[in-house]
Design a protein around this ligand. Structure first.
Ligand code: UDP
Length: 245
């Protein structure tokens, strides 16, 4: 990129006015699609994403079935209009890679052994992107899985940390992602309200080992805040179902 790098931290604040350890505003709504078994809409800053879950259901083609557990499939897709420069429709290397690592980030939380021969399909559609889409998609997919009633060991919550102008910042937006020195998306398995393990960790750029340790702590703090919003969305959905009954 030939553009000149803008100053990303001015007077101790980020370009959008956030402090270093502050998340973008988050909105999560569960059960927004009628035809999916489970679904979720999420906004994290300017990201707008829909997740839909189908299953557990029969796997087609049949040779993909596993007699001992469910097969999980995850498709990350960006709408052509979701980014500044129109994206060519259909899968590309980036979306195939994101789909693979996201599937692996969710697999440990799903009780696959309870659903032999069946499949669970997770679709995430990015309608508007502003950095951190893979992590926002995972947050939505987790809520959609719970909404579908899939048996889970906990929940997956994801957030990135970036290094910009030498400073670690939580949940980077587009400018910070573009011009920062490093970007580290994390996903955590949260069980009984506690972070139990890391299920995704990637890094672009350069950080010292000490900074990476600090980034992990910052990401954990952000993840616990996102987890509260995920929980709230699930509770709201169940409460509204109870009211209808
Ligand atoms: N992006 C884009 N066009 C593309 C892919 C990405 O404009 O084809 C933007 C989009 O805003 C995305 C950001 O670049 O959120 C960062 O992309 P990255 O690959 O780091 O993944 P993400 O941070 O979204 O998980």
């Amino acid at each position: 990129m030939n553009e000149e790098k803008p100053k990303l931290i001015v007077d101790g604040k980020r370009l959008d006015g956030r402090s270093f350890d502050e998340l973008r505003p988050i909105k999560i709504e569960a059960g927004i699609l009628k035809r999916a078994d489970g679904s979720c809409y999420i906004e994290m800053g300017k990201n707008k994403i829909v997740a839909a879950v189908y299953g557990p259901r029969e796997v087609h083609p049949k040779h993909l079935q596993d007699p001992s557990k469910a097969v999980i499939r995850y498709r990350y897709n960006m709408a052509p209009f979701s980014v500044e420069e129109r994206k060519r429709p259909g899968p590309d290397r980036r979306s195939i890679e994101i789909s693979k690592v996201s599937k692996e980030a969710l697999e440990p939380v799903i009780m696959k052994e309870l659903f032999p021969r069946s499949g669970i399909d997770i679709f995430v559609e990015v309608l508007q992107a502003d950095a951190g889409t893979r992590t926002a998609c995972l947050n939505a997919a987790s809520v959609a899985l719970i909404d579908a009633g899939v048996a889970m060991r906990g929940i997956v919550t994801a957030v990135a940390v970036a290094k910009v102008d030498g400073q670690l910042v939580l949940d980077p937006m587009k400018e910070e992602d573009n011009y920062g020195e490093a970007d580290v998306p994390f996903a955590f398995l949260i069980r009984s309200g506690k972070i139990e393990s890391i299920t995704l960790l990637q890094m672009d750029g350069r950080m010292t080992a000490e900074e990476l340790k600090k980034a992990l702590e910052l990401a954990k703090k952000g993840a616990m805040e996102i987890y509260a919003v995920q929980r709230d969305a699930i509770m709201r959905k169940y409460r509204s179902e109870e009211e209808v009954e």
